[in-house]
Design a protein around this ligand. Structure first.
Ligand SMILES: *[C@@H]1O[C@H](CO)[C@@H](O)[C@H](O)[C@H]1NC(C)=O
Ligand SMILES: *[C@@H]1O[C@H](CO)[C@@H](O)[C@H](O)[C@H]1NC(C)=O
Length: 204
């Protein structure tokens, strides 16, 4: 009787484990078989709501044929560089992709078409994208909507070829600073003008 109980308990525990482990995808287990490029230059500053980023993706042709046999969908994301993750737990990188917060902004989702051609998308950086330093990463998903491969515009350490998005709020602030500086400048020039006028009036 007792041994039955133990057997039942271990079965339960086992099925529990297999249930929770089902569907967990670790980033470290993915192949970087996608080639992803974007139109920005290194450290370029792009304005949210205004500037355009063109992203392109395709299979890295160095991978053997069939690598992409499970690819169904490509999802391209904007991802935080490390410098913009410091002290921000809500942007943390976690190997378990279900919990990973590196790539919160979706750029585009497209069906995967062919290993023989690249696909691309023109994206106007959306107005609500927070100002930060970013790179672009694409995931290939299979028919069960699980990540099976990735590719990114930066190196494995996520330090090369980054770019900066200037958020809308940041821009308003700098506009304000510019206009304050401008008004201070006009007040000063006006003062100079009056002083110069007074001097001229005195000397004449
Ligand atoms: C394509 O994959 C090969 C093999 O993994 C790798 O050596 C190469 O750097 C990749 N090409 C690019 C442009 O990332
Ligand atoms: C896709 O783009 C990459 C990088 O620009 C390029 O090296 C590759 O030849 C392209 N592949 C195809 C099939 O055009």
């Amino acid at each position: 009787m007792a041994s039955h109980g133990i057997l039942l308990a271990s079965l339960l525990v086992l099925s529990c484990f297999s249930q929770t482990s089902y569907g967990i995808v670790l980033f470290s287990s993915l192949k970087d078989s996608l080639l992803v490029t974007a139109s920005h230059t290194e450290n370029q500053v792009l304005k949210a709501g205004i500037d355009k980023l063109t992203v392109s993706w395709g299979l890295n042709q160095s991978y053997e044929a069939g690598t992409d046999s499970t690819f169904k969908t490509i999802k391209v994301n904007l991802c935080f560089a490390q410098v913009s993750q410091v002290d921000r737990g809500w942007r943390k990188t976690v190997d378990n992709l279900a919990k990973d917060k590196t790539c919160l902004v979706k750029i585009v989702e497209r069906p995967y078409t062919s290993s023989k051609s690249n696909d691309s998308f023109d994206w106007i950086i959306e107005r609500d994208v927070p100002g930060a330093t970013y790179f672009v990463r694409a995931y290939a998903f299979d028919a069960a909507d699980q990540q099976v491969a990735y590719g990114q515009t930066t190196d494995a350490k996520k330090t090369a070829n980054l770019f900066v998005v200037e958020g809308i709020t940041g821009r308003h602030l700098s506009l304000d600073i510019t206009s304050v500086a401008f008004s201070a400048f006009s007040v000063l020039s006006l003062a100079c003008f009056f002083i110069a006028e007074k001097r001229r009036a005195k000397s004449s």
